[in-house]
Design a protein around this ligand. Structure first.
Ligand code: ZN
Length: 128
């Protein structure tokens, strides 16, 4: 108990007053986007909740408006040859207005509610 009180006091008397973040806390540990957008389906600036699975993948195609195709790579063990083979899976994901990607960028995608027939993932982090 005593320690908790101390921490709280220190925060209050800290030198810098924390700025209000321009994005929503989406509950996962990712870099928030620099730009602000008005996309209602943006997890940071809109109202889209994210839950479920998170994947890291590469942008396979960024030709669509507001969505991208992300390719996931995994290794599958082949017993007969005692080696691994690469296997791929493609997932369509929503791209919020505040993020820019090009083909080959590494992204993190997070599951969300179905946004269309084939899209139920949203891009939450871009490492270009
Ligand atoms: Zn946004």
């Amino acid at each position: 108990m005593a320690e908790e009180v101390k921490v709280k006091k220190m925060k209050k008397t800290g030198k810098k007053v924390e700025k209000k973040p321009e994005y929503r806390d989406i509950g996962i540990d990712v870099k928030p986007p620099v730009r602000v957008c008005k996309d209602p389906d943006c997890p940071f600036h809109g109202t889209l909740p994210v839950r479920g699975q998170m994947f890291k993948g590469k942008i396979k195609s960024a030709k669509m408006n507001g969505s991208v195709v992300v390719e996931l790579e995994r290794l599958h063990y082949v017993k007969k040859y005692e080696r691994y083979e690469k296997r791929f899976k493609r997932i369509s994901a929503h791209l919020p207005d505040c993020m820019d990607v090009k083909q080959g960028d590494e992204v993190k995608i997070m599951e969300c509610r179905p946004l269309s027939k084939t899209i139920s993932f949203v891009v939450v982090e871009v490492n270009s």
